[in-house]
Design a binder for this molecule. Structure first.
Ligand code: DOR
Length: 473
């Protein structure tokens, strides 16, 4: 797609119509998207939703200038009509299913979903087939991410060989590989052996790695199908009790403290975990422990299980109203650091079956912002600075990404998302970019359309369509 220098400065109107690619500018240089020399002017954005709209001039992959009525000396002008500008979102927990289950998702389709959801970096979980427990696989995923070029794809390395929980994987080799793995997780399974967990925390500490734990004491969740409580009892489903999560979180915090390793707790789902983390952090504010919550655990409860629709099956399971309230509070006060999607695409045959046979997991990349707005912004629990914190800044810092989650300010990398806060859209699984369609938000109206996403100064998504650097030439 060629872009031309913009001639004029159309005042408002739809951003798509106003983009200078349609404007046929004066010099006809036709620069390609994303070249370092491109200058893109984002006209009329509101960083963090604060103050009057300003213009952002992006050049050389950075925010070169912020001001009002900046000159139109740009290769491209995007009229944002007051859209909110935030740092691009960072997802610490994405399942891209490649290699092995490309019938559910690929690095490419997952990258499209991520860019459309406002993400500029995602961490691809290791429970692929084969498992990402060695340098060859993590480098493959990393390379595919770069080839697609819509979002930075950072592979997560498995903690144990084959996710089997009996032998540490080659953590150092994955860290030193081209993929530069920093996050390690057996997600989908818990590293339940305390000695192995201790060794993983000790070893990753040497090179500044983070162990991301799927906290589930497996002996407490044998055959578990739903949150252990009144609803599971009514439905005749084997329960997944809250202490199965809480006991592992408590143990791992203590191991992290003891080893001075760095722990990240995946998908916190119970009020007890939130309470424990609040206490743990209050007694040692330097504790190298962080935690994430998923959008679905901020909104959905086990009340939805009444019709046994496996689209609501997820691990950890949907819990109670009281848990949802506690998780929102924990995210608002910083006890839980960030939102991570646990985007878990599943092929139709793995979801369209009886409850007990269905795989756990739900899509999340394209609905995350809408759910966070609905559950946190609209009730006044987070402002836009807070959204930037939980969806970009904290996850970037946890994962050690220097160029993501940076302020929307002059001189900073132009990894950005533009959000239209007043717009609403209806979720349709079939319209989402993933290969799979297993969204629990089907038919729900969500706020906050993503107007555009920008990765290192190049627009990757705009008005619901991705823009590729290479493929459309
Ligand atoms: O619901 C889930 N699905 N939870 C996990 O931990 C794994 C994930 C998956 O891989 O599908």
């Amino acid at each position: 797609m060629n872009r031309r220098k913009d001639e004029g400065s159309p005042s408002g109107g739809d951003m798509a119509d106003a983009r200078s690619g349609d404007g046929r500018g004066t010099d006809g240089r036709g620069l390609d998207d994303g070249e370092a020399g491109d200058r893109v002017l984002l006209r009329g954005v509101r960083p963090y939703g604060e103050g009057e709209p300003v213009d952002l001039l992006v050049a050389g992959g950075r925010i070169a200038e912020i001001g009002t009525d900046l000159s139109t000396d740009a290769d491209e002008i995007l009229h944002a009509d007051g859209a909110i500008a935030l740092p691009g979102f960072v997802d610490l927990h994405t399942h891209l299913r490649e290699p092995g289950r490309e019938d559910a998702e690929t690095v490419e389709t997952g990258s499209v979903a991520a860019a459309l959801g406002g993400y500029t970096a995602v961490f691809a979980m290791a429970n692929t087939d084969p498992v990402a427990d060695n340098a060859v696989i993590v480098e493959h995923v990393w390379r595919r991410g770069r080839e697609v070029g819509l979002v930075d794809v950072h592979p997560v390395g498995a903690v144990t060989v084959g996710l089997k929980g009996s032998e540490l994987a080659e953590l150092g080799t994955m860290a030193r590989s081209a993929a530069g793995v920093r996050l390690f997780s057996d997600d989908g399974r818990c590293v339940d052996d305390p000695l192995l967990m201790r060794r993983a925390l000790e070893y990753t500490r040497v090179f500044g790695g983070v162990v991301a734990q799927h906290a589930e004491e497996p002996r407490l969740t044998v055959q578990a199908q739903a949150h252990e409580g009144a609803q599971a009892a009514r439905l005749g489903l084997t329960g997944w009790p809250a202490p199965a999560e809480e006991s592992i979180v408590a143990r791992d915090c203590m191991l992290a403290g003891h080893t001075a390793g760095t722990l990240h707790v995946c998908h916190v789902s119970t009020s007890g975990t939130a309470e424990f983390l609040r206490w743990w952090r209050s007694r040692d504010s330097t504790a190298a422990v962080s935690a994430e919550v998923t959008p679905h655990h901020l909104l959905l409860t086990d009340e939805l299980l009444g019709n046994y629709d496996p689209v609501h099956k997820v691990n950890p399971p949907l819990r109670t109203d009281a848990d949802v309230r506690a998780l929102r509070e924990a995210l608002a006060d910083g006890t839980v650091d960030c939102v991570a999607t646990d985007h878990a695409p599943h092929a139709e045959q793995d979801k369209d079956c009886e409850w007990s046979a269905a795989r756990p997991g739900m899509l999340g990349l394209q609905t995350a912002l809408g759910v966070v707005m609905h559950t946190m912004v609209e009730p006044g629990l987070l402002d836009w600075r807070g959204v930037a914190r939980v969806m970009s800044e904290r996850p970037a810092r946890i994962a050690g990404l220097a160029d993501q989650g940076r302020p929307v300010a002059e001189g900073e990398p132009a990894n950005l998302v533009l959000v239209d806060p007043g717009s609403r859209w209806t979720v349709r699984g079939a319209d989402l970019a993933s290969v799979s369609a297993n969204t629990p938000f089907e038919g729900m109206e969500l706020p906050g359309r993503i107007r555009a996403t920008m990765l290192r100064g190049r627009i990757t998504a705009h008005e619901g369509k991705v823009e590729r650097a290479e493929m459309e030439r």
